[in-house]
Design a protein around this ligand. Structure first.
Ligand SMILES: [Zn+2]
Length: 188
């Protein structure tokens, strides 16, 4: 039996930066609203597997390390698990061809809008793509999702304009999850 999944962008999609901060590097840089945790729990209870797929190209610029990213995911995972939310896998891309730090400053197949991170997950698990979703705040998330054969929802908690590659546009993760559950019900 193949599983339906929701692929989640991380920064400004499930994690919001404190104050006016632009980037999320470390544990102290983010918060996750209670309502977001509840929404993610609703997805789990409706039978969706959850995956986080995030570009962390600032590793290639020397602003943070892979260990920083792992540590943040570990901490996030503790918070979520404590609240009944299980993320099946966290994938991140440390590459950025515009970075200066080897071996990360290369063109890779995983940096969104490329589909490498989603492909790896779908290939190693039996994911039913047509019943699955990509949720993110940016154009590159929508492109990666669409090119992977997923349905796409853009949340407006980042600073981007509406993407023409979004199947739906929602104000935040809570309304994105409501949309997924409604559409999932329709498709039976
Ligand atoms: Zn990469």
């Amino acid at each position: 039996m193949n599983a339906k999944a929701v692929f989640l962008d991380r920064d400004k999609t499930i994690l919001l930066p404190h104050g006016g901060e632009k980037y999320i590097y470390r544990v102290e840089d983010f918060f996750i609203p209670e309502s977001y945790i509840e929404a993610l729990r609703n997805l789990i209870e409706s039978g969706f597997l959850l995956f986080v797929v995030t570009n962390q190209g600032r590793i290639a610029k020397g602003h943070l390390t892979e260990e920083d990213v792992e540590e943040l995911h570990h901490c996030l995972d503790l918070i979520l698990k404590y609240n009944g939310v299980f993320i099946t896998k966290y994938e991140f891309c440390p590459h950025n061809p515009r970075g200066s730090l080897a071996p990360y400053n290369v063109i890779c197949g995983c940096r969104k809008p490329k589909t490498g991170m989603i492909d790896v997950i779908c290939d190693s698990r039996d994911i039913h793509k047509a019943g699955s979703w990509m949720v993110g705040d940016s154009e590159i998330d929508m492109l990666a999702g669409r090119n992977s054969g997923l349905r796409t929802i853009q949340v407006m908690t980042g600073s981007e304009y509406d993407s023409r590659y979004a199947d739906f546009i929602e104000i935040d993760l809570v309304s994105a999850v409501s949309r997924i559950l409604k559409e999932d019900e329709k498709s039976g």
